[in-house]
Design a protein around this ligand. Structure first.
Ligand code: ATR
Length: 265
């Protein structure tokens, strides 16, 4: 996706994007060596996102707000840390989440970024997780962080026991926005057997995001689209996050269509 974008921008000869695997104990030394090797920046993924923020000389407000970095820029003044996870999710939505009621499913790293992104963008966010204590931890963490930064963020948790009775779901029609960040669906499981959602509970006017990505729309997104909801898949979120990173490295307008085509090929 990034190499396709670089080619469209006419940078394909000078620039390239490659994957580097590094162990946590070697992460800092590896990153510090990169500017001298000619790298303009890097995307950073799990488990290095916290370390990336910690080693940077400067950090964007968003990276500080989220407490993790997924993008590093090697600038003249040192290493800058950014986070495009939140802005990428917001950019992937068909409209602003301000004033919407949002449900985030899951309580891992992707959920935390989604809760922060939506809350900071003005949505009221409920978090549901299979293990309720983890949802509560995310709620507390996001609320405390917002308080420190004096940002108004409305976040709560919902507890629904789906085990053994997936039909005992919550009323999903009250949510304008539903974001699945759980791993359910990755292995082909039926999302409606594991998540507190009804297959036939979606409707027009809703936006449903599934961070799980595969070659075909997930069962969750197929059901939502069939009921007239707007759908956003994980690839679109990935493309938007990548586009924001590309913009930080090159200063150029990202060619979104070329990035989409490459990401989906
Ligand atoms: P991330 O990749 O976002 O950092 P993670 O920490 O690997 O996420 O967590 C995966 C998420 O998927 C968790 O919210 C997990 O729920 P638990 O906290 O209860 O483990 C959720 N998850 C994974 N398999 C699931 C299943 N079969 N049913 C419901 N939730 C599931």
């Amino acid at each position: 996706m990034q190499n396709a974008a670089l080619a469209v921008l006419g940078l394909g000869e000078e620039w390239s994007y490659e994957a580097i695997e590094v162990a946590p104990e070697e992460f800092e030394a590896r990153v510090r060596a990169m500017p001298d090797e000619g790298f303009a920046g890097a995307n950073v993924t799990v488990p290095h996102k916290l370390a990336a923020l910690a080693l940077a000389d400067a950090a964007s407000e968003m990276a500080r707000e989220i407490g993790a970095a997924n993008t590093l820029v090697f600038a003249a003044g040192g290493i800058q840390a950014h986070n495009t996870d939140a802005a990428g999710l917001i950019a992937a939505l068909p409209g602003s989440p301000r004033g919407q009621r949002a449900l985030v499913l899951g309580a891992g790293g992707a959920a935390r970024a989604a809760v922060w992104a939506l809350g900071a963008a003005g949505a009221g966010v409920d978090i549901w997780n299979r293990t309720p204590a983890r949802a509560e931890s995310v709620r507390i963490e996001v609320s405390e962080h917002a308080e420190d930064l004096q940002i108004e963020v409305e976040v709560g948790t919902v507890e629904v026991e789906t085990r053994g009775d997936p039909a005992a779901a919550l009323d999903q029609s009250v949510y304008g926005l539903i974001v699945n960040t759980t791993a359910v669906g990755l292995g082909g499981e039926d999302p409606f057997a594991h998540l507190p959602l009804h297959r036939d509970g979606f409707g027009p006017g809703q936006v449903v995001v599934d961070m799980v990505y595969g070659d075909t729309p997930s069962s969750l997104l197929s059901a939502a689209a069939g009921a007239g909801a707007a759908i956003v898949d994980g690839i679109e979120v990935l493309v938007q996050q990548g586009a924001l990173s590309l913009q930080l490295w090159t200063g150029r307008e990202p060619p979104l269509d070329a990035m989409r085509a490459a990401a989906r090929s």
